[in-house]
Write a protein of this length. Structure first.
Length: 190
């Protein structure tokens, strides 16, 4: 066996041990969703960011750390999702739980090409979210600011894709239903 094959096998075993069994995750029904707690944290440029700034968008809120292997594995998915869905009213927000702060996080962000907002987390924010005991932990938040799904540990990329697809479809259906209830208005340019 070559070193590359051994590395692949070790990574597969590690990820298998850290991840949830692959299954289709379902979003909570809208009436059962609870509001995502608002918070105020600083980004890598020192700007204050609040979750409420993202109201009206689908948000993937991800608690992670640079030393977390499964976190490193899923970050490229989030980079892709940000690029692919940004124009659909979507945003990824990463909350780093690194004790070393920006000194560890900024080089890591550059190395992985992170294209989404990263904030420095603290215990207060994790407690707002029920005490984040495992990394990664991700909250999928709908456009109304309510938690539609929670993923603890590494889950498959398709679980996230299914969540996003369902939330985007739901948003489109709600918009269509609202528009269907109003008569069309003709606008004439003069």
């Amino acid at each position: 066996m070559g070193p590359r094959l051994i590395q692949t096998l070790i990574l597969s075993l590690f990820l298998g041990a850290c991840s949830s069994p692959v299954k289709k995750a379902f979003l909570k029904p809208e009436k059962e969703r609870k509001s995502a707690p608002d918070f105020s944290l600083r980004d890598s440029d020192g700007r204050t960011v609040r979750l409420s700034d993202y109201r009206g968008k689908v948000v993937l809120l991800n608690f992670w750390a640079t030393w977390c292997g499964p976190c490193r594995f899923e970050i490229p998915w989030f980079v892709q999702f940000e690029r692919q869905h940004k124009d659909q009213g979507f945003a990824v927000i990463g909350i780093s739980m690194d004790d070393e702060g920006w000194a560890a996080v900024k080089p890591f962000m550059e190395e992985l090409g992170i294209n989404y907002r990263v904030l420095m987390g603290n215990d207060t924010v994790t407690l707002l979210y029920g005490g984040v005991d495992s990394l990664p932990t991700s909250f999928v938040i709908d456009r109304a600011g309510k938690v539609a799904n929670v993923h603890i540990g590494l889950v498959s990329k398709s679980n996230y894709e299914n969540d996003l697809k369902e939330l985007f479809q739901s948003s489109a259906q709600h918009t269509g239903a609202r528009l269907a209830g109003h008569p069309a208005v003709a606008v004439r340019a003069e």
